[in-house]
Design a protein around this ligand. Structure first.
Ligand code: AMP
Length: 584
């Protein structure tokens, strides 16, 4: 048995933080935790709703029975390959039917999916795979970047990686196994018996899934989600939205990410609903959603503009509930998905560490439009604390949103030092988000008011500023670096790097990109604008004054936008019209 393998549920070399016994006991007694392993929860739904459609993608449709049987076979084949309970398996795939099959197949085999992104590269995967002791790597073939070759590179000389599995590869290449080929020769009854024997050994407190944090400091932290709570987290979400087996839910953003799993895949399958898995490309997603008469969808900030374009009209015909998430919701956007009669819109706030807040279905319009709702589980606890003193702020005041509850982790994986600052002494997770509680008709709703953590939210993908600064400084020509968010109409935010050169010679964007590429950093994290300066501004306690940098870049962008409007005015001589539009 390899040295990294845990012997008991919470003995992953002492790197997991258990939930305190009293809280765990309460969550169990109140049914907020379950003793049934995650893969078995899918099977339970399949037993109840076998002939209903579980999954629709552009290329496939699967009923619950088909999904359940196929994933039993995949699980049995994974076990036959030599993969064992609690072996971590990296996922780098996009929104495909076989990604879903692989996900449930792994869960049923007792493996622990590690939800990395298809966009991650050597810098991220190298760190994460070593941290968790990944044993297998499942990648999608046929993407612009050759993830199959990449997986082989990562595995070379890696201490634990032994298997490369693919989805979407036309044929199996040397040293790879196609998920599509897994287990089709295994009799479904035999596969089921094997899955049940694995599940019989699963402890509810075993890790079900490793998610990744958007990051607060340094490199991404690993988030262990356990069987007792993970499926129920999704069930709470589905119940909050009143989903039933008649619901047809669409998901457009990456599925293998906590929001994708908890607000789409597991949530739909917890209640026997149909999940329509689309891709981030809005026109084709809207086409698929319209064809399958989707009733429910979640739209991240990256889709706010697309929702306001005419091609969304065909989706509106059957859409009954839309959740908006990631940034403030404008009046026009809200009206586009909410007509107070047939169509209902609300908001979602959440994080891979746990807590979700969702607008209650019966909330008044002002709460739907201006708040992110209320926590979804009965025992979720939210406190708004003064970030420096950890004292609760006055009612309605802004402070750091802190939370604990049945599905919010009590600690990151193998991060004792970070856990000491990321959690309060009584176990509340410090989200790094600023919030206030607003009283509307006697009910407290959460309002997001900004954040104190140093990250850039690029259309939902988080970029950790400190991580990129450290990487930039590895170029000997850069003396100082500060990465800040700059506003962006489509993605919400993009990364801008303020840089000081060692010798007064400014690097070009291409040189900076080639430096980060050489370090294997995922492209979405690369700064998209460079601001060279003599020195970085400091606060009076000697820290880099990021607030002033953020204000500086926002002002520059505004001035540039105004200038380009003025240029258009000059060249087309229809100034009044453009001016009016800009100030409407
Ligand atoms: P992740 O763990 O990648 O899902 O990121 C969680 C973080 O995304 C939160 O801590 C917030 O900073 C941000 N976030 C999530 N939902 C919202 C929202 N509705 N409005 C603003 N920020 C959000």
């Amino acid at each position: 048995m390899p040295a990294h393998r845990p012997t008991t549920p919470y003995d992953w070399d002492g790197r997991l933080v258990p939930y305190p016994a009293d809280r765990a006991c309460h969550y169990r007694q109140t049914g907020q935790w379950s003793d049934t392993p995650t893969g078995a929860r899918l099977h339970e739904t399949a037993v109840r709703h076998g002939d209903r459609v579980a999954l629709i993608t552009a290329e496939a449709t699967l009923t619950y029975r088909q999904l359940d049987e196929r994933t039993d076979q995949v699980a049995a084949a994974l076990a036959r390959l030599g993969l064992r309970r609690l072996d971590p398996i990296l996922f780098q795939v996009t929104n495909k039917a076989h990604a879903v099959v692989a996900w449930y197949g792994c869960l049923k085999a007792g493996l622990v999916p590690v939800a990395t992104l298809a966009a991650h590269r050597a810098h991220e995967i190298g760190h994460i795979s070593t941290k968790v002791g990944a044993v297998a790597h499942i990648v999608e073939a046929g993407l612009k970047f050759d993830l199959v070759a990449f997986a082989h590179d990562v595995a070379r000389g890696h201490p634990t990686l032994r298997h490369v599995l693919t989805i979407e590869a036309p044929v199996a290449t040397d040293g790879t196994t196609r998920v599509e080929d897994l287990g089709s020769d295994i009799d479904p009854t035999t596969a089921r018996a094997l899955v049940e024997s694995i599940e019989a050994r699963t402890d509810p407190c075993d890790v079900a899934v490793f998610q990744l944090s958007g990051g607060t400091t340094g490199v991404p932290k690993v988030i262990p989600r356990i069987h007792a709570e993970y499926w129920n987290n999704a069930l709470f979400y589905a119940q909050a939205l009143g989903w039933t087996p008649e619901t047809k839910v669409a998901h457009l953003i990456p599925l293998i990410h906590n929001a994708g799993i908890s607000c789409a895949l597991h949530a739909a399958h917890a209640v026997g609903a149909t999940l329509v898995v689309a891709t981030p490309d809005a026109p084709s997603a809207f086409e698929l959603m319209a064809r399958h008469e989707v009733t429910d969808a979640l739209f991240g900030h990256g889709h706010y503009q697309a929702v306001q374009r005419p091609e969304f009209d065909k989706v509106r015909r059957t859409l009954r509930r839309a959740l908006l998430s990631g940034a403030k919701v404008s009046h026009d956007l809200f009206r586009r998905v909410d007509d107070s009669e047939q169509r209902w819109a609300g908001q979602l706030f959440g994080m891979s560490e746990g807590l979700f807040t969702v607008t209650p279905l019966d909330a008044p319009e002002v709460a739907r439009r201006e708040t992110v709702g209320v926590p979804i589980a009965p025992s979720d606890e939210v406190r708004i604390l003064d970030p420096s003193s950890e004292q609760e702020v006055d009612a309605g005041a802004i402070g750091e949103l802190c939370c604990r509850g049945p599905y919010t982790i009590p600690g990151y994986f193998d991060a004792a030092e970070h856990n000491a600052i990321a959690f309060t002494p009584d176990g509340f997770y410090r989200t790094g988000d600023l919030a206030s509680i607003r009283d509307i008709d006697g009910r407290g709703y959460v309002c997001i008011q900004g954040r104190i953590k140093d990250l850039i939210n690029r259309g939902g993908e988080k970029i950790n500023a400190e991580e990129i600064e450290v990487l930039l400084l590895r170029d000997p020509r850069i003396a100082a670096a500060a990465v800040v968010a700059m506003p962006d109409l489509r993605l919400g935010e993009r990364a801008c790097a303020y840089l000081v050169s060692v010798d007064g010679v400014e690097l070009t964007m291409a040189q900076v990109q080639s430096h980060l590429d050489g370090l294997g950093v995922a492209k979405y994290k690369w700064p998209e604008r460079l601001q060279w300066t003599e020195a970085l501004p400091q606060t009076n306690v000697g820290k880099i004054d990021k607030k002033s940098l953020r204000a500086d870049i926002a002002a520059q962008l505004e001035a540039e936008a105004a200038k380009s409007v003025a240029q258009v005015d000059d060249s087309f001589d229809h100034g009044a019209l453009v001016h009016e539009r800009h100030h409407a």
